[in-house]
Ligand binder design. Structure first.
Ligand SMILES: Nc1ncnc2c1ncn2[C@@H]1O[C@H](COP(=O)(O)OP(=O)(O)OP(=O)(O)O)[C@@H](O)[C@H]1O
Length: 211
């Protein structure tokens, strides 16, 4: 079975009526951008992949990730990372403690600390582990949220309007960083966006739902 993320003839129904459909394979390191009008079902499609589809919906088709059929797997076993527009850091915890939430259990305290330091260095935030998240800029917070998600070692990355709250310059910076980190880890990326520039920057295929 192919490496990457496959949405194999996915058709989603809301209250029994067809809502949205997608049949697509995303290769490792590639980005598929999904656009379309509000309410068409973009976020719902992502929840089929994460295994968090709300009760009002049902679907047919299968989801495969790196050759595993994850269609019926529990969300925490899918190895899928997702970034949202409002990916808030826990305000009462330091940056390092926030990152520790991404780490899978196990390993020595020193090894865990090293992974956190390496993650911070990877996004030019070396030495930030003891900082209070409230003292970070928007771009710095976005980088911590990205690394918290990547520390869980996902096999695919989903983006749900992940850059929506950032101003234009910062948006481009964070977006490029996310795509670069996903490429260097050979992660397939499924991105939902309203922004044509996001899709252009992704450089991959674009699917516009409802057309
Ligand atoms: N938990 C839920 N229960 C019932 N209906 C829902 C639920 N969440 C969303 N919906 C409805 O399902 C449809 C698809 O919603 P969805 O959030 O997937 O759209 P979207 O394309 O991501 O929209 P937007 O671009 O505005 O985020 C909409 O009609 C929405 O109102």
């Amino acid at each position: 079975m192919d490496k990457g993320l496959t949405l194999d003839r996915i058709a989603v129904f809301k209250d029994g009526k067809p809502l949205v459909a997608l049949d697509h394979h995303i290769a490792p390191g590639e980005v598929l951008s999904v656009m379309g009008p509000s309410g068409i079902g973009k976020s719902t499609l992502l929840s089929v992949v994460t295994g968090t589809l709300p009760r009002a919906f049902s679907f047919t088709g299968r989801v495969h990730l790196d050759g595993r059929d994850i269609t019926d797997a529990a969300p925490q076993r899918r190895m899928v990372g997702i970034l949202f527009q409002d990916d808030l850091l826990f305000p009462h915890l330091s940056v390092g403690a926030n990152l520790a939430f991404g780490l899978r259990p196990g390993g020595s305290r020193a090894a865990r600390q090293n992974r956190i330091e390496d993650a911070l260095a990877e996004v030019d935030l070396a030495g930030f582990a003891n900082r209070d998240p409230a003292t970070l800029s928007g771009g710095q917070k976005a980088r911590v949220a990205l690394m918290r998600m990547l520390l869980a070692e996902p096999c695919a990355l989903l983006l749900d309007e992940a850059f929506g709250r950032l101003d234009t310059a910062l948006r481009a910076q964070v977006r490029d960083l996310v795509f670069a980190r996903a490429r260097s880890r050979a992660l397939p990326v499924l991105m939902v966006t309203h922004d044509a520039q996001d899709a252009e920057a992704a450089g991959g295929e674009v699917v516009t739902l409802g057309t």
